[in-house]
Design a protein around this ligand. Sequence first.
Ligand SMILES: N[C@@H](CCC[C@H](N)C(=O)O)C(=O)O
Length: 260
Amino acid sequence: MVIDFYKYQGTGNDFVMIDNRSLFFPKDDVALIERLCDRRFGIGADGLILLENDKDTDFRMVYYNSDGNESSMCGNGGRCLVAFAKQLNVIDKTTTFIATDGLHHATVGANGLVSLQMIDVDKLTITPEYTFLNTGSPHHVQIVNDLEHYNVKEKGAAIRYSELYGKAGSNINFVSQINEDTFAVRTYERGVEDETLACGTGVTAVAIAMNATGVTSAKALHLNVEGGKLEVSFDKLGSQYTNVFLKGPAQFVFKGQIEI
Ligand SMILES: N[C@@H](CCC[C@H](N)C(=O)O)C(=O)O
């Protein structure tokens, strides 16, 4: 069978997008999804996303990591899927869609930037060395020295596979402060098992963790990632973070057909 696919990227976090409103895609074929995401034997991507119909919202997001397994929320993937839904004329400039972690509202700006509302956060584990929180996906956040030369793959894998996170694992974010409201972030992603150029749920976790631990009092933060720049803003009420928004570019790269 030959299928149509679309390739998108958001700050270098890249995805294969498939319009699965007719439910033709073999969703349980882990090896197929892994092959489609393979950068040598397939199209190449950090993940694959299906756009499906949903009876209560504009569409449903189904997300797979590049290892072929369905996973939790992907912030950059969600932003790219909104741009894809607009390209398919499923939506115009605003949308509400459903993902594994619940409802998401999003807006496509005139500049092409996509702003995506993320889940509220009220549970953080704060230790002297790191902060752990779930922003739709699990994230370990740790400030390090010399981020530029940090071995993210090696150090990230060591924490991801440590006793701390057990079988489920976690995504691992290494952070360095640039000024009061700007941070540089490099992320090791679970399910890709490598550093990616950006992670949306990751920078969201970093922004909240930096505020919660008093590193910054800013509620609108700039996050510089390897593939570009993202913004995260939120309201804080006691220990609860609400109206959490992740904003940044979401760009169509190319489309094509592939035999599966
Ligand atoms: N790149 C993503 C995160 C994708 C999910 C993650 N790899 C996991 O399995 O937890 C993002 O932009 O949020």
